[in-house]
Design a protein around this ligand. Structure first.
Ligand code: IMP
Ligand code: MG
Length: 178
């Protein structure tokens, strides 16, 4: 385990079987339909790469980058699009792929923004959901793990751009970010 972590919440094996389960659910729900996976950079890049390979069916991927945190460890609630999609959304089945749902403010903004572009359907897949934290009323169809309200890193999730490469997800020691 990395020395800046206090514990590992989900091992690489836990994550792999969880992502397989989500992929199977999505494959069953969208049988015969093409899906556009809208990946929210940077945190969801590893999750999306694994999830896409667990979906049996036609998938396109595209990327969006938004900023709500900067180098802070909590949400400001102000969301800015840093990189927009290249693919059109109109008439498509969209799944927004997120790393973690905390306050839900980022996703609330994104969902509203993408809905205004006229998709056929829009759902959310998040690897982690911090329980009891959502201020915004978000309906998230695909949830990997319900995690405790701690600052977590690894498997794409960062603190100040570090720890994304850890193959597991763990709790960052508070003294590292305070
Ligand atoms: P929200 O707008 O509060 O839901 O924040 C969502 C975004 O903040 C996520 O997509 C992450 O990029 C980031 N985030 C929230 N909680 C954590 C965490 O515990 N570790 C790392 N990033 C986090
Ligand atoms: Mg994110």
């Amino acid at each position: 385990m990395h020395q800046d972590l206090s514990e590992v919440l989900y091992s690489a094996e836990d994550i792999a079987s969880c992502v397989q389960r989500l992929g199977a659910e999505i494959s069953a729900d969208y049988r015969g339909e093409k899906i556009l996976l809208v990946t929210v950079l940077k945190g969801a890049f590893i999750f999306m790469a694994d999830l896409a390979r667990c979906i049996d069916g036609d998938v396109e991927v595209d990327f969006m980058a938004v900023s709500s945190y900067g180098a802070e460890a909590k949400s400001s609630g102000i969301v800015r699009i840093i990189k927009d999609l290249e693919a059109p959304v109109e008439g498509r089945h969209i799944i927004i792929v997120e790393d973690i749902l905390d306050s839900g403010l980022t996703l609330k903004y994104l969902t509203r923004n993408l809905k205004s572009r006229g998709p056929l359907s829009i759902e959310v897949a998040t690897l982690l959901l911090k329980e009891g934290k959502q201020q915004a009323d978000i309906s998230c169809k695909y949830v990997g793990f319900k995690c405790p309200d701690e600052f977590v890193v690894g498997y794409g999730l960062d603190y100040a751009e570090t720890y994304r490469n850890l193959p597991y997800i763990g709790v960052l020691k508070p003294e590292v970010y305070s």
